[in-house]
Design a protein around this ligand. Sequence first.
Ligand code: GAL
Length: 420
Amino acid sequence: MAGLLGVSACGGDKPAGQATGGGETKAATTEVEVFSWWTGPGEADGLKAMREIFEKQNPNLKFLDAAVAGGSGDKAKALLQTKLQGGEPPDSFQGHAGAELQGYIKAGQLEDLTSLYDELKLKDVFPAQLVEQLSVEGKIYSVPVNIHRSNILWFNPGVLKEAGVAGAPKTIDEFIAALGKVKAKGKVPLSIGSEWTVTHLLENVLLGSLGTDAYNGLFKPGANWGAPEVTKALENFKTIMSFAGDPQDDWQPAAKQVADGQAAFNIMGDWAYGYFHNPPDGGLGKTSKTDFDWAPAPGTEGTYLWLSDSFTLPKGAKNREGALAWLKVAASKEGQDAFNPKKGSIPARKDADASLYTDYLADALKDWSGNKLAGSIQHGVSVSQPWLTAINEQVGLFLGTKDVAALQKGLADAATANAQ
Ligand code: GAL
């Protein structure tokens, strides 16, 4: 599977998705409302880069940034539901490839983009199995802009050294031992943010404890969430959480604790790279390998816990032509190569200019083409939105009770109610 999805870097320089400006755009419909949750430091930089290309190519259209703050879209997705149900969709919105997008498709909220794929020959440039995650019955419903990786352990090399931790822990047991050493030195062993970042941590501990095949098996109908291996994984989760610092407001302040040397570790997606690395006024302008370093989350080396952001054309969009012009930029090599180096992701297109992806991103490109795959829970690949809501509720309860048995039962019930 990884081979099929692998990004090859052939570096051809023909821009495949030149936006046309939407033909007969009328003055009254020049505004194109693009809905995402990329408002915060690091997140907004990538969107801005793609927006600039859109504006250059479509001087007659006005980009309306309808982003709603809150990492992982925890607030944006709720507002989006209200807009969709009220018949007031944005012209294009961000949705995750996989089960999350399938929900919008099955609810009949999206237009079929197969003709756009045919026009731009997009089936040739996106990995076939990614396109599958965006399709129902052979029709394709969104344009993927990137591939993100969930399973990254970000760490501060200086803090590890001070605590006598030789390098990034490779297993869950090594991780727990390292957290203990940092605690003994008085620094925050593990930084966390708002509640969704704890579900993000949970998916990483499940993968690192169970292994890739058993993790992937959790999302198949009839999966046994009550198994003793899951109990062990959740006990690991409890132990790891006992080393967490005070919850920060969102993922950025939690990641910043690592870059500033207040905390040793943070498990977060690679959007954190954009935040650490981008120049100030967006990013933190930190130096890689000195202020921050990275490794696969403990126990997950060789697996890419993936997710992909995509953009859609909702039914009833007020500026359909404008939305198509946006999707053409989002699909294009130029758009993706401007967006992804800033976003901390690798392009969904297979013909990216590999020379633009350096440092962490070079590692990501390499691993993406060779690793096994597992789908993120928190970011829409493996579970539907209702299932994720149920998981988040259980994680929220667990933060109060610390009761592993109750968490396991809650997760098993959520799976029974939602697995298809
Ligand atoms: C994910 C999204 C990423 C990044 C992250 C933090 O759900 O796919 O692009 O924005 O949330 O907000």
